[in-house]
Design a protein around this ligand. Sequence first.
Ligand code: F6P
Length: 364
Amino acid sequence: MPLSKRSTLTQFLIEERRRFPGASGDFNALILDVALACKAIARAVAFGELGGMLGNHGESGASINVQGETQKKLDVISNDMFISANNWGGHLAGMGSEEMDDPYQIPGQYPRGKYLLVFDPLDGSSNIDVNVSVGSIFSILRAPQDVIDSGRDIKAEDFFQPGAQQLAAGYALYGPTTMLVLTVGNGVNAFTLDPNLGEFKLTHPNIQIPADTQEFAINASNSRFWEAPVKRYVDECLAGKTGARGKDFNMRWIASMVAEAHRILMRGGVFLYPRDTKDPSKPGRLRLLYEANPVGMIMEQAGGRASTGREPMMGVMPTSLHQRIGLVFGSRNEVERIERYHREPVAQKDDANPLFAERSLFRD
Ligand code: F6P
């Protein structure tokens, strides 16, 4: 393929920027720094055990992150890569990460900029040791004006902006190929890393998610903790042609949200990690600021939808940096159906659900 046939990420960003004659170039430079971190993580992931990259972090006994989850070596390495690629450029007022309890302050020797970067450096990291796709997710916000004016240290509250205010969002998927999927608020474009050039090339312009689907993704081991509208939805999918939906459904669960989001972008589908009753202290499993919001923006920009089940994800006002939330995203008509089920009064009894019925798969 001759060089000129596909845009590189740099060319794509420069051409996008021409739509904004006043733009300084800071934003593009920031995205390219994030892309550099993703390329570095892709290499680390690819070396796996050969690079001593697998296993838990911590010499003696595993260390636990702010989420109460075991940190893998690659979680910590990926976090360091995000920081070192992004802390020096003068574009950021600060960063937030799944792997850091508190906001990251830009070191004194570097200038501070007008953006905030919040990320999960390696999502699905429980899959690393079994060589299944993992990814990085990021969201870019504008820093509050007083942060920009004063250059003061950032606080968690500075990130408390609804998803609708994200300036850009994206993820890198470390699968059979490394891909960067990006929205800067003007559709969704996906780039594949050309291993010969070390450059992301535009391979999937203007992605659109089909509005309908026959594929759903949910961790069914949590079924006894689901709320009634989710039980009803899954029950109807499982009932297939013979049930209310009148069509058969397929099910997938990779346990790597980036990989699930990518599958849905490529061929449609719906993903649910809903609020449930498993642990009353956790209103959902996934994190609002660096999982639900960036994936939500990507879905909506591709014509799909993202929701808590009860309300549009993009409207939720965050109240903490590491806030968890119920998340449903994917093909628009399915997500809207799930939202409708949450609004409708519940007329179902558990034993009407094949998941719990006498001869069901999930009954012990
Ligand atoms: O956020 C972490 C994550 O690994 C997601 O990528 C994934 O969708 C989910 O957790 C998997 O959860 P479970 O272990 O319940 O299947």
